[in-house]
Design a protein around this ligand. Structure first.
Ligand code: C2E
Ligand code: MG
Ligand code: MG
Ligand code: MG
Length: 274
């Protein structure tokens, strides 16, 4: 009798495994088709110097619009990771960002574009080859592109991470830690992994100047300063947040207070009219 129960359990387990892999297979197809049908596009959100109001950079953010409407990246990026479609999609994103960077350069608008990387893309030598190809094809100089990575990404591949960051740096590509403070990294990681920039996660900007958010943001700004890293505040939506952040020594921000993510056309219009 026990044997029978066991095999029922195995059967149940297999069915579920099956359902899961079928679902993953379908999702993979959907995303691959979307990539083929050019349903993805990029928007760019300006990074702003709070002292001068000048745009000092742009962050490329991927969008997916299909016949059923828009799906936010917080939903489809994890699916693209799970199905590994993030590899060709990420390559496409980098290529598009390089192409736009080239357009900006030709118009004498030398603004750096930062591109988000997901953990699957952060492996050696895959990443270096992909970057070399994208830069060659678009004739963009290395300084036209920066990369954003998350803390968890570094923690998963410690040794490779150090090697990769060194190689990127030697190519003149700057790297930021995105969503800083929300991962699981310890402070010693910041010493081990030499990055150029820290982006304060918007959850620590949200309630500034009230509550603990101000204190946390302040500590991150001090930390960046003492490690000689640049610091960027994400999700700035109010004048009060700007006042607090600049007072504490943070100069660069990104957020709806300045601009939402824009199309290429909107970026060009704004930059060209000064
Ligand atoms: P992220 O890299 O931290 O990007 C910043 C997110 O904050 C963007 O959301 C942006 O639209 C949003 N944001 C900017 N200013 C404000 C603000 O003032 N208030 C609020 N509430 N939100 C603001 P988005 O575009 O929905 O992207 C979400 C996340 O999806 C990104 O977070 C990033 O982790 C991921 N993602 C987006 N594009 C890409 C991509 O091309 N590749 C990869 N691997 N991930 C991407
Ligand atoms: Mg980012
Ligand atoms: Mg972020
Ligand atoms: Mg985020």
């Amino acid at each position: 009798h026990a044997k029978e129960t066991g095999s029922e359990w195995v059967q149940f387990f297999n069915e579920n495994l099956n359902k899961r892999s079928v679902r993953r297979f379908e999702m993979r197809n959907k995303l691959a088709t979307a990539l083929e049908n050019e349903e993805f596009y990029l928007e760019y959100q300006p990074l702003v110097d709070m002292h001068t109001n000048q745009w000092v950079g742009l962050e490329a953010l991927v969008r997916w619009k299909s016949d059923v409407g828009k799906t936010p990246p917080d939903v489809f990026i994890p699916l693209a990771e799970e199905t590994e479609i993030i590899l060709p999609l990420g390559e496409w994103i980098l290529k598009k960002a390089c192409e736009f960077s080239n357009v900006l350069r030709q118009k004498q608008l030398p603004i750096t574009i930062s591109v988000n990387l997901s953990a699957l893309q952060f492996s050696y030598p895959y990443l270096i080859q992909m970057i070399d190809t994208a830069l060659e094809e678009s004739e963009v100089s290395m300084s036209g592109i920066e990369l954003e990575i998350t803390e968890s990404l570094l923690m998963n591949n410690e040794q490779e991470g150090v090697k990769l960051l060194d190689e990127l740096r030697s190519k003149g590509i700057k790297v930021s830690i995105d969503d800083f403070g929300t991962g699981y990294s310890s402070l010693s990681y910041l010493k081990k992994f030499k990055v150029d920039k820290i982006k304060i996660d918007r959850s620590f900007v949200k309630d500034i100047p009230d509550g603990d958010d101000g204190t946390i943001a302040k500590i991150i700004i001090e930390l960046a300063e003492s490690l000689q890293m640049e610091v960027v505040a994400e999700g700035v939506e109010t004048k009060a947040q700007e006042a607090f952040l600049t007072q504490e020594g943070c100069r660069i921000a990104q957020g709806y207070y300045y601009s939402k993510p824009l199309s290429e056309k909107e970026v060009l219009q704004t930059l060209e009219t000064g």
